[in-house]
Design a protein around this ligand. Structure first.
Ligand code: BEZ
Length: 213
């Protein structure tokens, strides 16, 4: 399987998870999705990551995002480890963890990078839109825990583009000005962006973040 690229359809699959068998596309429904792999159960960095994702439940729900984790460990291992995550990270894991023992999903999503580790998944992240297209891929090494604030920031940016015709500049954060996407003509801006705008260059037009009061 060659690497998945932005705009590709997220491959569908059925898999056993800690919340029962899922058909991935049916499970996503009309939601946005995050599919992320971790190298192995009962490892320290992964324990902190899955606990952190559980603590971000409200943030994901507010953005209509469903989250699924994955490793090549089995269901029994996942269930035992969840107890440790809940205990040590003081949270409740409330999203499915896929048991990909036969590596079917890992291979579909190119999550095993043999020159890094021939057996275990790397820390892959896929953000999937309601159209089932891949909107973001990020790959981290096993030794680096992910920054889930950054993941939320990118989802906010993707949703601003999808719903409000703006993109986000370097180091953008919630509340900062956005840039009007190039497909919007400057004459259309006053109607589309009543909060105001600046034309810094014909190709660089900014406006206050449209979805804030
Ligand atoms: C961890 O989750 O701590 C980890 C997993 C594999 C390699 C290194 C660290």
């Amino acid at each position: 399987m060659s690497a998945l690229r932005l705009g590709d359809e997220a491959p569908n699959f059925t898999a056993q998870t800690t919340e029962g068998e899922i058909n991935f596309h049916d499970w996503l429904g009309d939601s946005w999705g995050v599919l992320f792999s971790h190298p192995a159960d009962y490892t320290p960095v992964c324990t902190t990551e899955l606990g952190t994702v559980a603590k971000y439940t409200d943030a994901f729900n507010a953005r209509n995002v469903k989250v699924a984790a994955l490793s090549v460990d089995g269901l029994e291992s996942h269930h035992g480890w969840i107890k440790d995550i809940n205990e040590t990270q003081e949270t409740t894991v409330n999203f499915p963890i896929i048991a990909d023992e036969d590596r079917k999903v890992s291979e579909l999503y190119d999550m095993i990078h043999p020159n890094a580790d021939s057996q275990l998944t790397v820390r892959s992240v896929f953000v999937i839109g309601p159209d089932k297209k891949i909107k973001l891929t990020i790959t981290y090494p096993a030794s680096t825990g992910r920054n889930f604030d950054e993941l939320i920031r990118v989802i906010d940016s993707l949703q601003l583009t999808a719903y409000h015709k703006v993109a986000t500049p370097a180091n953008w954060n919630q509340g900062d000005d956005c840039v009007v996407v190039p497909s919007v003509a400057t004459e259309e801006i006053p109607n589309l962006f009543p909060k105001g705008h600046k034309v810094i260059k014909p190709y660089l037009r900014t406006t206050p973040q449209p979805n804030l009061n």
